[in-house]
Design a protein around this ligand. Structure first.
Ligand code: 13P
Ligand code: SF4
Length: 371
């Protein structure tokens, strides 16, 4: 028996993560591959585009959050879905996968600071305050980057989930259902999408959950077509309008391509905006010699620069725009979770409670049906 095989079969008790922290790069790579091989079709590894290279190289499927949700919903043969991404994505995978499947997040601390900006009690209180004002012709719509409880809230109130790749068709659907939308938790994606529908900035109100009526007058809320939760992505929030000007001055003719989680002023100045999947496709299809400044997460931008050496690809901002929580998924904890699966132990199991999952699934299924 080779050393690698012994490493994944010897012990039957749960292996502690500490056993993995001092392993070298090559050993981790080999052991991850060996564990994958042993598990065969029983495991599927999903990897978000912001994952680091030494993790994403092990993924069976990569994608943006929408594509990965679709993958989770259509892989019934795998007993285990190992999600290399963040907590809300793993929760959605659990909700969309079958009852016999188990979703694993290699590091439980891989959360999303934006998703944490909307708590269910805050959302329920905001909804009640709007109802008390007589605002009832309103539909809740949540970005995928939210807790399962918020998705369930949308399911209960005839609302829906959207991602950055389908926000436009979902807004289109939602605006045909109700006069007003309440969008959580990303103020910027909400505003950028609302503008695409011709909703004027004055017809948008921002809801700050720390303040009574979200910091608005009753009149402002009654007149608003779009109420935006005051939440943002700390990574995309770092891109500023001046970075667009600076890059254009530095590289005349450069095209600016950004994620719609960037603030409105940045998106308005850019040439193109779209989800991580859109960004990848745009660079892939761009002509050789073209120049691109990209406003999204660093790991993805670096990968695109390495993959497309016939084009010039650079980060839009000069400082590091890295998602620290995505980065928490490392070869060490991926190897740890896979080898424990080989040993019959499910570690870091993500499980949404039955009632929440049922309502959240309704909102997610509405999204999947509207594509
Ligand atoms: P995508 O849906 O484009 O993958 O984005 C997810 C995300 O978290 C971006 O910050
Ligand atoms: Fe959340 Fe921003 Fe990281 Fe995406 S990049 S997971 S929105 S913190």
């Amino acid at each position: 028996m080779s050393a690698t095989t012994a490493a994944v079969t010897e012990k039957s008790s749960v292996r502690p993560i500490e056993d993995y922290l001092s392993l070298g790069e090559q050993e981790l790579y080999d052991r991850i591959q060996a564990a994958k091989q042993k598990l065969g079709d029983r495991v599927v590894i999903l990897g978000h585009h912001y994952q680091r290279d030494d993790v994403v190289c092990h993924a069976d499927f990569t994608g943006d959050s929408f594509k990965l949700a679709q993958q989770a919903a259509t892989r019934p043969t795998a007993d285990y879905i190992v999600f290399c991404g963040v907590h809300f994505m793993a929760e959605s995978a659990d909700i969309l996968s079958g009852a016999h499947q188990q979703v694993i997040l290699p590091d439980m601390a891989a959360g999303c600071s934006m998703a944490d900006m909307a708590g269910i009690e805050q959302v329920e209180s905001a909804w009640e305050q709007l109802q008390d004002l007589g605002i009832t012709s309103i539909l809740p719509i949540t970005y995928m980057n939210s807790a399962a409880s918020i998705k369930a809230f949308c399911g209960r109130h005839d609302g829906v989930v959207c991602t950055s790749s389908n926000a436009v068709p979902l807004f289109d659907w939602a605006l045909k259902q109700q006069e007003k939308l309440f969008f959580f938790p990303d103020e910027h994606l909400g505003r950028n999408t609302g503008v695409k529908f011709g909703i004027a900035l004055e017809q948008m109100a921002v809801w700050d959950p720390r303040l009574e009526l979200g910091g608005n007058t009753p009149e402002k809320l009654r007149n608003a077509r779009l109420i935006l939760w005051k939440g943002f992505c700390s990574v995309h929030g770092r891109f500023q309008a001046r970075h667009v000007d600076e890059r254009r001055a530095e590289y005349p003719g450069i095209k600016v391509l950004v994620h719609p989680e960037c603030r409105y002023e940045v998106v308005a100045k850019s040439d193109l905006n779209g989800s991580t999947e859109f960004i990848i496709k745009t660079i892939k299809d761009a002509p050789a010699g073209s120049q691109w400044a990209i406003g999204t997460e660093l790991n993805l931008v670096n990968r695109l620069a390495k993959r497309h050496t016939d084009k010039f690809v650079t980060l839009l901002a000069p400082d590091l725009c890295m998602c620290a929580t995505m980065f928490r998924i490392a070869p060490e904890n991926l190897c740890w979770s896979l080898e424990n699966l080989v040993g019959g132990h499910v570690v870091n199991h993500i499980q949404v409670d039955g009632e929440t999952a049922q309502w959240a699934k309704l909102a997610l299924d509405r999204m999947l049906a509207i594509q």
